[in-house]
Structure formats: C-alpha cells, structure tokens
Design a protein around this ligand. Structure first.
Ligand SMILES: [Ca+2]
Ligand SMILES: [Ca+2]
Ligand SMILES: [Ca+2]
Ligand SMILES: [Ca+2]
Length: 497
C-alpha cells in the first residue's frame, strides 16, 4: 500500500514571480527599523567610548598631577615640631621672638596659602619649600641618592656655578634635593613653578670643579666676585631660587631652609626672599589694575625685560614695583612681559575650573576656606613688615607685667629679649591664682609649657598657646575637552605625624 500521499498546499505548485507590495513595505519597514536600532546602539556605544576616553584622559592627567602634588606635600620641609618644642599635632607658625622654641630639624623653610576671594576657587595660591628625604621627618636629607629636582642652569664658565650642581658639566642643567614650589591657576591652566635651592653634590675629589664652600658641604651663594648675570634674563637660564642683596645676585641654598640662625643664612622663609614676594614682604599676586594673576609664569619671567634678579632693578623695570603691568588683550599673559621663550613650561594641567585650598578647622570638623584676602603663613621670626593673620592662636587680651600690682592681668604674654620687647603669644602665662599682688622684681618667664612661676602672691603657669594646622584639602576640578566631562579630585594632606 502506498501510504505515501502527497499533501498539497494551495499555490505550492505555482512558481512565484516576486514579492507583493505589502511584503515589500513590511520588509522595508523592518530594515529601516533594524537600521535605526543599530544606529542607536552604535551611537551610544561610540558616545560611551568617547566618554570613557575622556575619563581615561582626565584620569591620566589627574593621576600625574595628583602624584606630583602629593610628592611635593610629602617633601614639605615645614613640619610638626617634635619634643621638646611642643607636643602639638600639626604645624604652627613661628612668631617674632620664637627663636628659642624653633625645632631646627622640622620647622625648616615655609608653608604659605593665599585665599584671595574666598568664594572664588581660581585665585588660591599654594607655595612651600620641599626637600627629598630618605624616609620620614628628621632623617638625613637624601643628597644624590634619589631623583633630585632638575632645572635649567646656564654655563657661565666660572668655578662655582649652578651648572655644576648636578656633577655634570656642560649639559645646561643643575640638580638639587630642595626647592621652593608654587601652585596657582591662571586662565584655566594650573601652574607648578619650581625653583631649586642650590645643593651641589658631594664629591670626594675637589679637583673636579665641583662647587664647595670649603667645608665640603654646600655653596650657599654665588661668589661676590662675579655677582651679576647679565648675559640674558636670569629666569630664562636658571630654574633657581635667587634674590638680590647689597646690589648682588645671590642663589639660595639648602642652608636657606634653616629658620634658627637669624638672617645670616638669608632664609628663604623670610617673605622678601621668596619667589613672588615683594621687597616689603608682601605676596605679589595682582597686576597694576588689581587683576589677579597669581605668580609670574615662565612665559613672563623669561621675557628679556623681566630683569630681576639678574640685574639690579630700577623702579621702571623691577617687575615687582614697576606699576604698569596689565593684561589688556586678555590672553592671560602680562602684556609687558609677553616676549618670553619659555611659554607653557610650567603648565601641568589645562582646562582647570577650580584649584581650591582649604584648611581643616577642628572646631567645626570641616575643611574651610580662609576668610577673603587672608593668608596662612608659617612666617619667619626675623620677618618684619606686614605680619600675616595669626590663625590658630589665642590673641585675646594679653596683659603686661607690672611690679607690685594688686590687679595682675589674667593672661600674660611671654616677654622676649627685654622687658620692652613685644610680648610673644606662642607661649603665654595664665594666672592660676585668684587676686594676689605681683612681686617687686619681674621674674623670668621661660617659654616652657607647664612651668609654674610664683610671683609675689600671684601664681602663673606657662601655656602653649599655639593651635596647629592639622590638615589641608586641595580640590581640583577640570574638564575634558573631547567628552565635555568635568572631573573633580581632592587631595587631603595631614600635617599630623
Ligand atoms: Ca579663593
Ligand atoms: Ca650640569
Ligand atoms: Ca596679555
Ligand atoms: Ca580656598
């Protein structure tokens, strides 16, 4: 039996000659739909690739900037004082009269913040001194052992010069374990300006032309016999910290970091010796129209007319005093100093929208801006002129000691040098007795916390009046130009050790 039977469907025997119009329309619609879907998927994929590239670019830049900033902060020379100079947690400024209580190992160089407008995160300045160390604070410095800071140094053809500090002659570079560094924003660019402190490498053999001060350590300053650098503009050819004194150009050295030697070492902490500060000790941050510019950039300091500190400036050509500096064309370069050859060498990040420095306030347990136009400055005991606002110190009603006084003040500033010298507020004496009458002769008031002084029938106790700065936070916000994405990063640096 033939079980096989042929089933037929309608039209199955007909040869198809084409698609119907309906089929065509449906097919076309499907193709368009699919294409649209692909376009959408592809588009968003491309978008996310661009975004990811943007993030990667930002992250890469940010990592490098943050690494640099962290390294600089870790190399801070100005640190928490250690026993017996206090048991404070954080850094404290050095006041006039504080010479006896300076920790010469940890309180070296300076640390400076300028807030300017405290609702504006583009006008903060962070500037401080750094030195590479083997480990933590108090360690020997690391001369020649790790990557030292490298900077330009022109070859002057004399025996003791910065060009030889790296031990290699004729490469137009010098090196140092120490520098002063400043960070600031201008025109959306973050600048890091590095100025080396002279620190020639050690050499057992003196015939190699290495500069030395004769005791095998560092050459502090240029020799007075060849004082001026007149060949070209100083900052075009030297990434070195220098100043002028007695009509002569002087390099700063690692010895300039010491704050316990008066002014014999021409200390870099003395404001007038720092980069970006005027001879009167004030930070120079605005052009002649009062427009903020932060610090002079490489573009400006390499302008042939910058002059300072290579030549003795006159009022007309001293960049800190001339009074005609403007940026009228709005290109964020001072017009009068726009002919420099080193444009952009100090830019470390572009398209930056904020560089905000804040200080930790333990009363409110928060990071806060300083008040507008204020600075935080660790200062120098011999500094004169404008004294920075004394944050983190109790400046309340200090009295002065008077013989046989029956109404002694409750708080006494520790007198320094002589009875007529200004009182110091880093260490104060509080009256612990009620009432009483002071003695006939003024007692010694040593600046040692915890010291009890019996003065007639009055009892005084020495108090460490300094309130340390425990930490700062630096917030960096910048934009990736391809993706348009904004990234924000914060670096918190603790001064507590
Ligand atoms: Ca500000
Ligand atoms: Ca060299
Ligand atoms: Ca300009
Ligand atoms: Ca700020």
């Amino acid at each position: 039996m033939n079980q096989y039977h042929h089933t037929t469907r309608p039209d199955s025997n007909k040869q198809r000659s084409g698609f119907t119009l309906t089929e065509m329309l449906v097919a076309t619609a499907l193709v368009v739909l699919i294409m649209l879907m692909f376009a959408q998927i592809y588009g968003s994929a491309v978008g996310s690739i661009t975004e990811q590239r943007g993030l990667a670019n930002n992250d890469q830049k940010a990592r490098s900037v943050v690494t640099t900033l962290r390294k600089d902060l870790q190399a801070l020379t100005y640190r928490q004082p250690s026993f017996p100079y206090g048991d404070l947690q954080g850094i404290v400024p050095i006041e006039n009269g504080d010479q006896p209580i300076i920790d010469s190992v940890n309180q070296r160089g300076y640390f400076f913040i300028a807030e300017n407008n405290n609702t504006n995160d583009t006008d903060d300045i962070l500037q401080f001194t750094i030195q590479l160390k083997r480990g933590q604070r108090g360690d020997q410095d690391d001369r020649g052992r790790s990557n030292r800071f490298i900077g330009k140094a022109a070859n002057l053809g004399i025996t003791s010069e910065a060009e030889k500090d790296d031990g290699i002659f004729d490469n137009d570079l010098g090196a140092s374990s120490a520098a002063e560094v400043c960070y600031f924003l201008r025109g959306g660019n973050l600048y890091r300006r590095l100025l080396l402190l002279r620190d020639p490498i050690h050499s057992a053999i003196r015939e190699d032309g290495q500069p030395t001060n004769g005791i095998g350590r560092t050459r502090r300053f240029r020799t007075a016999g060849n004082p001026d650098y007149t060949a070209a503009n100083f900052y075009t050819d030297f990434d070195y910290s220098a100043t002028r004194r007695d009509g002569v150009l002087w390099f700063h050295s690692v010895d300039s970091l010491a704050n316990d030697r008066g002014v014999s070492n021409w200390p870099i902490a003395l404001p007038k010796n720092r980069f970006g500060f005027r001879a009167n000790g004030t930070s120079f941050e605005n052009d002649s129209n009062g427009v903020y510019f932060g610090r002079f950039t490489h573009a400006e300091t390499s302008d042939p007319s910058f002059g300072y500190p290579g030549i003795q400036p006159t009022t007309a050509n001293d960049p800190y005093e001339r009074g005609d500096l403007t940026d009228s064309d709005g290109d964020y370069v001072i017009d009068q100093l726009s002919g420099g050859s080193r444009f952009g060498e100090d830019i470390i990040l572009t398209h930056v929208e904020a560089f905000n420095v804040e200080v930790y306030d333990y009363d409110t347990d928060a990071f806060l801006d300083l008040p507008s136009n204020d600075t935080y400055d660790t200062f120098h005991p011999n500094a004169s002129g404008t004294v920075p606002t004394e944050y983190f110190i109790d400046t309340s009603s200090l009295g002065t000691w008077t013989a046989t006084s029956s109404s002694p003040p409750s708080v006494l500033g520790v007198p320094v040098l002589s009875d007529h010298a200004p009182v110091r507020r880093s260490m104060i004496y509080r009256r612990t007795s009620t009432g009483g009458t002071t003695g006939d002769i003024k007692p010694e008031f040593p600046p040692i916390p915890g010291t009890i002084i019996q003065d007639g029938t009055v009892t005084w106790e020495c108090i460490d009046n300094r309130k340390p700065l425990k930490a700062i936070r630096i917030t960096l916000r910048f934009r990736d130009t391809r993706s348009g994405l904004v990234r924000q990063l914060s670096v918190i640096h603790s001064f507590v050790e």
